[in-house]
Write a protein that binds this ligand. Structure first.
Ligand code: ADP
Ligand code: MG
Length: 699
């Protein structure tokens, strides 16, 4: 790295200690190198010069060349300074409310200026308040180009006189001093193949674009470079893991797997399930730790894949565990999986917060002796007391609820870490997943089991409740069951519980005993109460289940065919989709009804429309991404990790794809970047990795 770029920012001509302090505090600019990477937020097209007689009252920003012919103060108490400005085609007024003294002293009369700002008409005369002004002679010489960059700024910076124009000036100074130093980090073959503009030209044009076209190419080049280095890091990490992190090679497909596959499989696997299983089998067959993300929409059949992966571990003499985020879900998994496992002679147990001490003790002992083959559980599995004889596979369901730390806790239970399979029903667009989990391998179940009828989703206002209730009676008469879900947000918990209980009471009135029976499940109930209510519903003893979002994840009652979501406008898209996924699991036509108030924000409208339009989780997550941005989707834990300067994971997905493709290509050919043509690349890579290690958060 060039030392000059490491120079503290206050040494730059035109900055000094006071401005340097401000730049550090307000924009985090410490060194020359930081300033170069302060990229403009947007650009104003200044290719066009307007004549005053052409101006329209469109309130847009324009630039005009002309002279000030007169300057005067107007008004009594709060005076303003008004200049008459003419260009031969007409006159307009330039107006200042602040800084009048300075203008009076410095503004030159009868000298050509370029003025820039919003022109608006008042009483037939155009005026421009606080225009940007530049002498025409300076304007013609300045480095600044027709596309004028607008830099990120803060109120304080502007108050203290560091305007956009000032930033532009010091940027020019920076370029004068350092331009020769921007060397090309990307190898020539890559630059040529992708026809990228050189690094120094890109930096120049991002700050002083010579044309729209060069600006576009500069942006492309810098975005590509940014994403490319991230991909280099992630892929390198992946390669290192495969080489260095040992894992148990499951080379046998044995009795458990074969017996299950040939004699006990309850249905034919879908093509996607088969493909994913093959990927998992391949990974676990290697003497390196598997670290795989299994994405599949709700209802796509991840559980059976998990089950069969565990059988492979057992076949090779190892134990397996499955960790779920809630007790309800852990229970559900346990019930489903033990039904499949017990006929095979497998010892399977469940461990949660409410497991009795005596049972707990047995479980601990059997895990250590190896007697217990499979353990299902919640966070309780992470406790230090839980020790395995030989854990070979750890499966984590609904990944987004667990932190990374918790994931790695499981790894450290044995000397050689278990293979890890993380399952998520929150589809993340593949390209985004690549960036956030670039070091995990990704499998996708992109096919639903056959015979599913797409869920019909409608949006209804609260005022139509009577009709909705009539529909519910029809469905119940056909023998179907119904979920009614209420929002529960921590901040408004009290009110939300009240809504839930009010709702429950009125539903119980509208669907009275003995003809109907209504269940309720919420977080304040004891686990045992929750379970027994869930079970009554699952067994078809009650018609309606009123619940908070505790049923969001995983619960499986195939006979439930209607999902009513109350105050649907309060839910995010992915949550709505998760909730909807609780129905549509049987052979019957299923419905999802989104109930909202009359007044909806624009975003809420988009969410409702999206839900009604599609059942495709990936499509929904794309919309979600657009509405919320990637940081939000991943939750606070992962947001901001990548801290991108210029690229946007949502908008620049094609570039991301390309960057990944080339990163893979280059590393395949030269994993250590040791070839002479990769010297500059390796140096830049090491430099960037030192500064911004995005590895840490993953493992
Ligand atoms: P999820 O991916 O949401 O965890 P599950 O594994 O719970 O989905 O599967 C949803 C439902 O689909 C379950 O009732 C399961 O038995 C059923 N199922 C899974 N795979 C198939 C298949 N290949 N054919 C038919 N039904 C399947
Ligand atoms: Mg599931």
């Amino acid at each position: 790295m060039n030392n000059l770029l490491e120079t503290p920012i206050e040494y730059l001509k035109g900055v000094g200690p006071a401005r340097g302090e401000l730049l550090r505090k307000e924009l985090g600019i410490h060194k020359y190198g930081d300033l170069i990477n302060l990229y403009p937020n947007r650009y104003i097209d200044r290719t066009r010069y307007y004549k005053i007689h052409e101006l329209l009252n469109s309130n847009s920003e324009v630039q005009v060349v002309g002279k000030v012919i007169n300057l005067k103060s107007v008004g009594e108490k709060r005076t303003r300074l008004v200049a008459t400005f003419t260009d031969g085609t007409g006159e307009m007024e330039l107006v200042w409310f602040q800084g009048q003294k300075w203008i009076r002293e410095n503004l030159k009369i009868n000298v050509p200026y370029v003025v820039f700002g919003k022109a608006s008409a008042f009483n037939g005369v155009f005026n421009m308040a606080h225009p940007e002004m530049e002498l025409l002679t300076e304007h013609e010489q300045s480095l600044r180009s027709a596309m004028q960059p607008i830099y990120p700024s803060t109120e304080k910076l502007i108050q203290r006189g560091i305007t956009n124009k000032v930033v532009n000036k010091i940027m020019q100074q920076l370029f004068i001093e350092t331009q020769a130093l921007f060397s090309e980090p990307l190898p020539a073959h890559l630059v040529n193949e992708l026809q990228l503009i050189p690094k120094n030209a890109a930096l120049f044009n991002i700050h002083f674009p010579k044309s729209q076209d060069l600006l576009a190419r500069a942006q492309f080049r810098l975005k590509f470079e940014e994403l490319f280095f991230i991909q280099l890091q992630l892929i390198t990490k992946n390669i290192i893991r495969k080489h260095k992190i040992k894992g148990h090679a499951f080379d046998k497909v044995g009795t458990y797997f074969n017996d299950f596959y040939n004699n006990h499989l309850p249905f034919d696997l879908t093509g996607a399930q088969k493909r994913v299983l093959k990927e998992i089998r391949h990974d676990m067959g290697q003497p390196a730790q598997m670290n795989r993300l299994l994405q599949g929409d709700v209802g796509s059949g991840k559980t059976i894949v998990a089950m069969m992966s565990m059988l492979l571990a057992l076949d090779n003499g190892f134990q397996a565990c499955l960790m779920a985020p809630t007790e309800i879900l852990a229970n559900q998994h346990f019930l489903g999986l033990s039904e499949l496992a017990t006929p095979l002679g497998i010892n399977i147990k469940i461990l949660t917060g409410s497991t009795k001490t005596s049972e707990r003790k047995i479980i601990h002992e059997q895990l250590e002796s190896g007697e217990l083959h499979i353990i299902i559980g919640t966070h309780a599995l992470l406790e230090d007391k839980v020790q395995f004889k030989n854990l070979g596979l750890a499966i984590i369901d609904e990944q987004h609820r667990f932190g990374v730390e918790q994931r790695s806790k499981l790894w450290h239970k044995n000397e050689i870490p278990p293979h890890v399979l993380v399952m998520t029903a929150t589809p993340i667009p593949r390209t985004l997943a690549m960036s956030l989990y670039g070091d995990l391998d990704i499998s996708v179940i992109d096919e639903l089991p056959p015979g599913r009828k797409p869920i019909q989703t409608v949006h209804r206002y609260d005022s139509n409740r009577l009709k909705v209730w009539a529909f519910l009676r029809e469905e119940i008469a056909k023998g179907r069951q119904i979920y009614i879900v209420y929002p529960l947000i921590q901040e408004s918990e009290k009110m939300d519980y009240k809504d839930l209980m009010d709702g429950y009471e009125s539903i119980s009135r509208d669907f009275p005993l003995p003809q109907y029976s209504v269940s309720i499940v919420h977080g304040k109930m004891k686990p045992s109460e929750k379970d027994s209510e869930m079970e009554r519903f699952a067994k078809g003893k009650t018609n309606i289940m009123v619940a908070t979002t505790v049923i969001e994840v995983g619960v499986n009652v195939p006979n439930a065919s209607v999902m009513i979501i109350e105050s649907a406008e309060r839910f995010g898209l992915s949550q709505l989709h998760q909730l909807r996924g609780r129905v549509g699991r049987g052979a019957e036509q299923s419905y999802c009804i989104l109930m909202t108030g009359q007044k909806l924000s624009n975003d809420s409208k988009i969410r409702m429309e999206t839900m009604c339009r599609t059942n495709d989780g990936f499509e929904i997550s794309e919309v979600d991404l657009k509405l919320r941005g990637p940081g939000d989707i991943m939750g606070t834990q992962q947001s901001g990790v990548l801290n991108l300067q210029i690229a946007d994971l949502v908008k620049d997905r094609d570039i991301l794809q390309l960057a990944r493709q080339y990163a893979i290509k280059i590393l395949k050919d030269d994993a250590a970047l040791a070839k002479p043509e990769h010297t500059a690349l390796r140096n830049a890579f090491l430099e960037i990795s030192k500064k911004k290690n995005i590895w840490n958060y993953i493992s």
